[in-house]
Design a protein around this ligand. Structure first.
Ligand SMILES: Cc1cc2nc3c(=O)[nH]c(=O)nc-3n(C[C@H](O)[C@H](O)[C@H](O)COP(=O)(O)OP(=O)(O)OC[C@H]3O[C@@H](n4cnc5c(N)ncnc54)[C@H](O)[C@@H]3O)c2cc1C
Length: 672
């Protein structure tokens, strides 16, 4: 360890840091028990969930796509030999659900509601925890529980949720009005301390390390405060003038002589970056300044953000162009809204985003509670936040509903001809062993791109459609710190870092609910939320996602830790932050297969991006195939929780229709 690492605190023993240490765990053969299981210290490698201390939300280090969750999948992708025959468990279910994210759990919920409590349901998921992207990060610090979302942040635009999606949330006990009333006192936690947003400029990109607090609202036409803010930045003088021009109300029309529609046609096919450089002709530093602005919603820098979307979202530079606003009814019914494509006034009227302390992991927990009440004690949206899940109860032999974790499905094949089969055999790997169960129906609530590997008997055009999108990679890092006095001293709450390893560093949204208490004073510990979008600017979109994913899987926890310590130290040291002293634990939630591939006018047909035609890959890919139906957010082409729920509802409607026709054939005495 060198002196620099010691200053950063790389020698500090932080919570369970050495648990997996970020090393990729190689799987040498399906029959060999994977080494990561022994790291749990669990005797029973086939059923680690049965151990009394099995509680994945508390695990730190590399989470999200954690070591042990994906190696078998990659083995399947690489068509490496599968030496082991599957052991038939003898289990037969009415429904087998592949994927225990919000969509898979919702599918189980909808099916049980329709088929009754005696319906036999098995949910299989490759992770050590349920929830898919909706994961919970939990920390215990000096007797106190601190929470953050490891993935899905919030219920976005709740009034835009479909009746099915909102109906499900209500059935689970989510009462948004009560939630809003209860957390109202938390709204002023940071405002009372006069914390504002800031930008951290780093030396490598901008010539010197500097935190500039007080960034004005980022939209076009919001001139107040910009001159004073820009003067404090290390940006080149010309870049400062260009930003001042871009944000001012008095903009030139950069495409004079064209109608609004003609301008939009051009904006659909150039990136915001090209708009800035080639149309508005700004200094290159301006591009760096705005580079990561689109990351949070699109998981791409502005080189892949259509200028049309940028205009529609009120990014600076378009105020003089006299573009007709998007009609209020355009794309209104798309689940999760359609960032960059929908009418902005309508989108803002969809309601404030609802953030539980662990994000939408609360929804996942409530779903599991509805399926297996004893596993998630309690009755309300308040008590679920602090409830400790009993993982041992998720998969009990006597239960009609079972959720089997650490189980990756590798094949789903009809027993007989897909047109007339009555069962599907589902093969999965758990603890290095291969098993087979049978289901009357199967819902694929996993990821679209996986399905062709799992169902080789599917028609080729459907497989091609399922493989069309590449899920975008993203990292949400949770950093437990002893206190946040440095933020208070610097007067800052959210820091964007356009050249940083993580592009955003934020204090968590303060939410006290039930017995859970948010951190209200700077002397208390808190969990920081850091965001990173791995991509390869300048390359075609799908290649960017692939390269970002590879980068993520290559990066060790040690590298993440060093970068996190360094960035936080460099950003906050003027406020007294010492990374060696103040960091207590780090959880890196890496999502190499993150957001659903949302269509985009730079990379996909314009009609797919701006409309909802039936020739979209997501629609072709989600066709029912025999007794296999397809849920999951990818099936909607929308990276949102409500899309995941809507698709589950649709997939279960197909299952019920199939069961109805089975029943009718049976009593009508017809042979099918
Ligand atoms: C970091 C992040 C933040 C997000 N924030 C928001 C937000 O704030 N609001 C919002 O509305 N949406 C958000 N989203 C999107 C939202 O999380 C998803 O759209 C939604 O949760 C998807 O649910 P799903 O069940 O379809 O997929 P997933 O959550 O991905 O669940 C699918 C599950 O299937 C498993 N699986 C895959 N293959 C197999 C296999 N072969 N065998 C067994 N299991 C398998 C996967 O590992 C996963 O656990 C976010 C997504 C990410 C990644």
């Amino acid at each position: 360890m060198n002196a620099r690492d010691r200053v950063l605190g790389m020698d500090r023993a932080i919570t369970r840091r050495d648990f997996l240490n970020g090393a990729a765990v190689a799987l040498t053969g399906a029959a060999i028990a994977p080494p990561w299981l022994s790291a749990f210290g669990v005797e029973n490698q086939q059923n680690p969930e049965q151990a009394a201390d099995y509680y994945p939300p508390l695990r730190t280090g590399l989470r999200g796509s954690h070591p042990g969750s994906f190696e078998v999948g990659h083995q399947l992708r690489d068509r490496r030999a599968w030496s082991q025959a599957a052991e038939d468990t003898g289990e037969v279910y009415d429904l087998v659900v592949v994927g225990g994210g919000i969509s898979g759990l919702s599918a189980a919920h909808f099916f049980r509601a329709a088929a009754g409590p005696n319906a036999r349901i098995l949910v299989l998921d490759n992770h050590d925890d349920f929830g898919g992207h909706a994961k919970r990060n939990e920390f215990q610090h000096q007797g106190r529980t601190l929470l953050l979302n490891g993935g899905t942040l919030n219920i976005e635009g709740p009034s835009q949720y479909s009746p099915q999606a909102m109906g499900l949330l209500r059935t689970l006990g989510i009462d948004i009005d009560r939630f809003e009333r209860e957390i109202a006192p938390d709204h002023d936690v940071y405002a009372a301390l006069k914390l504002r947003n800031g930008v951290w400029f780093n030396k490598e990109r901008f010539g010197s390390d500097r935190l500039v607090v007080g960034s004005p609202g980022g939209g076009g036409g919001q001139t107040g405060g910009w001159a004073e803010f820009l003067a404090r930045t290390p940006l080149a003088r010309e870049a400062q003038q260009d930003i001042a021009r871009l944000v001012s109300k008095e903009q030139p029309d950069y495409m004079p002589g064209l109608t609004s529609d003609e301008k939009k046609q051009k904006l659909l096919h150039i990136s915001y970056q090209d708009f800035l450089v080639k149309v508005a002709r700004v200094h290159p530093d301006v591009v760096w300044f705005y580079q990561t602005r689109s990351d949070g919603l699109f998981l791409m820098h502005i080189d892949m953000l259509p200028a049309f979307y940028a205009w529609n979202m009120n990014y600076p530079g378009f105020q003089g162009m006299k573009l007709e606003p998007t009609p209020p009814d355009a794309l209104f019914y798309e689940p999760g809204g359609a960032h960059g494509r929908e009418n902005q006034a309508r989108a803002s009227a969809a309601g404030r985003a609802i953030h539980f302390p662990d994000g939408n992991a609360t929804i996942a927990r409530l779903l599991v509670r509805s399926l297996l009440p004893a596993a998630v004690p309690g009755r309300t949206q308040e008590d679920v936040v602090t409830s400790r899940v009993n993982y041992a109860l998720l998969d009990q032999p006597g239960s009609t509903t079972r959720i089997r974790l650490n189980s990756i499905v590798v094949n789903a094949a009809h027993v007989g001809d897909p047109g007339g089969a009555k069962e599907v055999a589902v093969t999965y790997v758990k603890g290095g062993k291969t098993y087979r169960v049978r289901g009357g129906s199967v819902v694929m609530a996993c990821w679209n791109f996986m399905i062709p590997y799992l169902c080789p008997e599917m028609p080729e055009p459907q497989k091609e459609a399922l493989a069309y999108g590449i899920k975008a990679p993203i990292v949400y890092t949770s950093v437990l710190i002893r206190n946040w006095t440095a933020f208070a001293a610097l007067g800052v709450q959210n820091i964007s870092a356009p050249g940083g390893y993580h592009s955003d560093v934020q204090l968590p949204e303060p939410v006290s609910i039930g017995e859970y208490r948010t951190s209200r004073t700077p002397q208390e510990p808190t969990v920081l939320h850091l965001v990173k979008t791995p991509c390869a600017p300048g390359k075609p979109r799908k290649e960017q996602h692939r390269l970002g994913r590879e980068e993520l899987l290559r990066t060790t926890f040690e590298t993440f830790e060093r970068e996190i310590r360094s960035q936080l130290g460099r950003t906050l040291s003027d406020g007294g932050f010492d990374p060696a002293r103040d960091i207590e634990a780090i959880t890196v939630n890496r999502w190499p297969h993150g957001y659903t591939y949302n269509y985009n006018t730079l990379a996909d047909p314009v009609e797919w991006a701006l409309g909802t035609p039936d020739d979209r890959a997501c629609v072709v890919g989600r066709r029912q195939f025999g007794r296999i139906t397809i849920a999951n957010a990818d099936a909607a082409g929308s990276s949102h929780t409500d899309a995941a729920i809507d698709m589950a509802y649709r997939a279960i409607a197909e299952v019920i229709q199939l069961r109805t026709s089975d029943y009718v054939s049976r009593i009508a005495g017809k042979k099918s």
